[in-house]
Design a protein around this ligand. Structure first.
Ligand code: NCD
Length: 293
């Protein structure tokens, strides 16, 4: 079965992923998957997710091959992403890791092919490994999830990371809320919304900044106003005295959602998230490929 959303796993499987990720952090791993091939199909840009899937696979001894963007592939000759997936699956890799936009129906294609698909960011639908690595980071920084309140600040509407946290928070018992202007909020969401950053910060134990997904915006909006009202910087954070965590999935657009002084804030765990990204992806690959070791 493919891993397209966090709810494709039971709670005990999720807990097991965290346990294995922590095991991989503390123990030296003997690469054992040398006969395995993982094909990465990245139809949308990526740095962290793609490279950490590659590093994770390599740490476990598996071999990876990669399609990254259109250039040099038959996508330039108008082959569709669907057909690309079918063709690469016909080469019988052991796993497919796919990043794509909403036009590719991963659910449908996963039922058509025999190779399991791991979702590495699917349009606005979900980014399950990102949500898992965020939670691992929160746990590894000594927090007890059922007591955590995560405030997502910025472009919530287009964030697949948020979609996955909506699911994962229900499974693991942490609270989430959104902060940003109305036009950046998803329609008919039941999640608590703070229009004012100050109010949101007084509620939050963790702050999760989001990038403005300019590539997904159809309507024009005032970036200056958003920076003015929602940027996390020394001044706006001066009211947040808590020993919480500041997270971001990357890539950070410094000067928009964060100012560079947040880099020096001791509560910033952004690079720690990246570290945990490799461990979660190792745990996930291991979950899928271990049977035949
Ligand atoms: C995010 C994504 O692609 O969904 N980044 C990531 O995978 N680390 C967030 C973003 O692009 O803003």
């Amino acid at each position: 079965m493919s891993f397209l959303s966090v709810s494709h796993f039971h709670l005990d499987q999720i807990e097991n992923l965290f346990r294995n990720a922590v095991f991989f952090k503390t123990k030296e791993v003997k690469p054992k998957l040398e006969n395995k091939i993982i094909s990465l199909l990245f139809f949308e840009p990526s740095t962290r997710t793609r490279m950490s899937f590659e590093v994770a696979a390599m740490r476990l001894g598996a071999k990876v091959n990669l399609l990254s963007g259109k250039q040099g592939t038959s996508l330039e000759k108008e082959e569709t992403p669907e057909d690309t997936v079918r063709n690469v699956a016909a080469m019988k890799p052991d796993l497919l890791v796919i990043r794509c936009n909403d036009d590719l129906n991963l659910q449908q294609i996963s039922q058509e092919i025999k190779v399991p698909i791991l979702n590495a960011g699917w349009g606005t639908q979900g980014h399950p490994t990102q949500a898992l690595l965020d939670v691992l980071t929160i746990k590894e920084n000594g927090k007890y999830l059922p007591q955590e309140k995560i405030l997502f600040v910025g472009d919530v509407k287009h964030s697949r990371v948020v979609s996955s946290h909506i699911e994962l928070s229900k499974m693991l018992g942490y609270e989430i809320a959104f902060c940003g202007p109305q036009e950046m909020m998803p329609g008919n969401s039941k999640v608590k919304h703070f229009e004012s950053l100050k109010d949101g910060l007084s509620w939050a134990t963790c702050i999760y900044a989001l990038r403005m997904q300019l590539e997904r915006h159809a309507q024009k909006f005032s970036l200056e106003e958003i920076i003015q009202n929602y940027q996390l910087n020394k001044e706006s954070l001066s009211v947040w005295k808590k020993e919480g965590l500041i997270l971001h999935p990357g890539p950070v657009n410094y000067g928009i959602e964060l100012s560079t002084d947040v880099m020096k804030d001791s509560r910033n765990v952004i690079l720690n998230q990246v570290e945990h990204g490799v461990l979660i992806r190792m745990a996930l690959i291991y979950h899928y490929l271990k049977e035949n070791l």
